[in-house]
Each structure stands twice: as C-alpha cells, then as structure tokens.
Design a protein around this ligand. Sequence first.
Ligand SMILES: [Mg+2]
Ligand SMILES: [Zn+2]
Length: 196
Amino acid sequence: MTVPSVAQRPVEPRRARALFVDRDGTLVPDFHYLADPARLEVYRGVGEALRLARDHGYQILCVTNQSGIERGLYTREIVEAIHHRLNERLALSNARIDAFYYCPHAPEAGCPCRKPKGELFERARSERGIDLAASAIVGDRWLDIEAGRRLGLLTALVPPIGHEAEVLAEMAGHHLEPDIHASSFLDAVVRVLARG
Ligand SMILES: [Mg+2]
Ligand SMILES: [Zn+2]
C-alpha cells in the first residue's frame, strides 16, 4: 500500500517517531481479561499496517492497561506470554511490536501508569528516545485518545465493530475528539502516515 506523500512533521534530531498502539480492542479482540495465549487472535490488516509504519520509520510501542494482574485473574508471566505470542503472529506479516508497556494495577489503585495517565509513555520516551510531538497513538477507547491529547500525540480512534455508538458516546462524555476517526486499524495507520 502506498501513502500519499505530504510534508512531514519534523522529528527532533537524534529522536525517533513512535506509533503507540493500544492492545485490546485495537490489535486484538477485547476478550475481557484474556488469560490464555492460545486464544489470541489478531485483527485483519494489523500486521500489514504495523509493517507499513515501521517502513516509514516508526517504532511500534504497545501501551496497555492490564488490571487483570492486580485483580488476580492472570499473572505477569501470562501477559508476557500473550505478548510473545502476538509478536509470533505478527512475524507472519514481517511485523512486530518493538516494546510492550503495561500497567498491572486496578483503577482504584490510582497509579500513575494506568492510561489515560502518561507514565508508561514517558518511560517509553526516555528509554527509546521518542519525540512525542512527532508521534501518534491508535486506540479503540476514550482513554487512549485522552492519553494522546495530554501528551501532544496525533490521535486516531478505531472503535471496535459493533461498539461504535458506545465508544463515540464515551468520547463525547469526556469532551474528546480524535484527530482521525478511522474505520479500521490499517485505515488509521495509513492516515497517520499521510499526516506525517
Ligand atoms: Mg482497548
Ligand atoms: Zn499502573
């Protein structure tokens, strides 16, 4: 797939662009506390989209809330096995997630790492030399868009099929508007790349 060539947002010298991606409901169906790597499925077009973003110089960084850990529904080892399995699946499309950042806490804990808070993104920025102002986030829920807005990322929303109205109502409730309303993950990435 080709992407229209337009003037790109400049990247700070010696820094990199990141495509931050949500996991559940964005790359993979949201199974609500997936605890079995064997049940993992990847949405159509995700591998192609991630390969395209990498070809355009983006690091692919997955930031995900995994409160099932603190709730005792699964362990960190299970989450990491799921991430390993996801990368095995993406490898079939010559794509990969460069790094995963997850929050293991329940919402009630009030931790600084649960989206829409920014600690995991700040950690990615310092560990991987990311220029946030030249980066983007793709997610399926208001909290992804809110996190992106707070950090100055380009934001793209891809509501899961069948949940569009619910997601848009949530967005309105939080007075949020994404930069890009996308119809699929691949559509989101193509439009992010076109915006530079
Ligand atoms: Mg999600
Ligand atoms: Zn946390």
